[in-house]
Design a protein around this ligand. Structure first.
Ligand code: GLN
Length: 307
């Protein structure tokens, strides 16, 4: 299949939709981003790459980082991790508090904010130091993306820290249920730092290859997870990767995927390729509006949905 031609066709078809959606403005540092940007990258397991649009522009990966922290925590704690969080879709917005109260501080899954804060807390506990934990997370991302220049944007993380009331509320609530080892402030600060890591769609699609290939990077041959753990991560991506729009994403796209409020989405075609798409304007659920549309067109044109 001529993937380059498919991407270029999609790029043309989405043009009339520029201007729809809204950039995340609850993080002030993200509010000034030009919404009229779009990039789509694919990398197949043999290393062939296909790109269209702004695929070299770095953006804030935000919740996509939760995928990498979950991978690390799963590798360290294995199934013990599930004593602290579940793998069930929440059906609620990513930063919702209500469910966490009536479910005694145990987050539904690792991809809503509460679950990701628990995962980050577990990494801080393991390394007994928040700076060390962040360094491990950043180095892991550099490793799977095969790019040592990847870094985080301190302006984005401080901007989020200044408006952290809701995430701190989630962390404090979990602390009150004994589901947080470290101080809420420390866990949330480290969480914001990994959310503020900057990447582009070329780097992100590359970083998906280990998940497309049963836990082993097909290009470097490095093994990160077992095939069983990888299947499970992909299952949680499919069912929880887009928060309360996960059902809709499975319905229209049908690929394990994870979104972030920076407008990025990553997706995996198991056994075939890593995908990343980016466009900063979001839909009502906090997922990239044009990114979702482009992925929908991609599976319609290629038949590469898992269903
Ligand atoms: N850092 C963001 C937050 O905590 C991540 C949310 C997202 O990307 N959905 O709100």
């Amino acid at each position: 299949m001529d993937y380059q031609a498919v991407l270029e066709e999609i790029y043309k078809e989405i043009q009339p939709h520029f201007g729809e959606g809204k950039v995340a403005d609850y993080i002030p540092a993200l509010s000034s981003i030009d919404p009229r940007q779009f990039g789509f990258s694919i990398i197949t397991q043999d290393g062939s790459t296909y790109n269209v649009g702004d695929t070299q522009t770095d953006f804030s990966i935000q919740s996509i980082s939760k995928l990498f922290t979950f991978t690390l925590a799963l590798d360290i704690y294995s199934r013990d991790l599930y004593t602290r969080l579940g793998v069930e879709p929440s059906g609620n917005p990513f930063n919702s508090l209500v469910q966490l109260e009536y479910e005694q501080g145990k987050p539904r899954n690792p991809f809503i904010n509460a679950g990701a804060i628990v995962v980050t807390d577990s990494l801080i506990a393991h390394y007994q130091d928040d700076y060390k934990a962040f360094e491990v997370i950043l180095n892991f991302i550099r490793d799977v993306a095969d790019d040592n220049t990847i870094s985080f944007d301190p302006e984005v993380s401080s901007s989020e820290m200044e408006h952290a009331h809701r995430n701190l509320a989630l962390a404090n609530l979990m602390k009150s249920f004994n589901n947080l080892d470290n101080e809420p402030n420390q866990a949330v600060q480290t969480y914001f730092k990994h959310c503020a890591i900057s990447m582009n769609t070329q780097k992100l699609s590359r970083a998906m290859l280990y998940l497309a290939n049963g836990g082993t990077d097909p290009l470097s041959n490095k093994k990160y997870l077992t095939p069983q753990q990888t299947r499970r991560i992909n299952a949680v991506m499919l069912t929880c990767g887009h928060y309360d729009a996960s059902g809709e994403f499975a319905f229209h796209v049908g690929l394990p995927g994870k979104s972030g409020v920076g407008g990025g989405i990553v997706a995996v075609v198991p056994g075939k390729m890593g995908i990343s798409v980016w466009s900063p304007a979001l839909n009502h659920y906090g997922n990239s509006h044009l990114g979702t549309l482009a992925l929908q067109k991609f599976v319609e044109k290629t038949g590469l949905s898992i269903f």
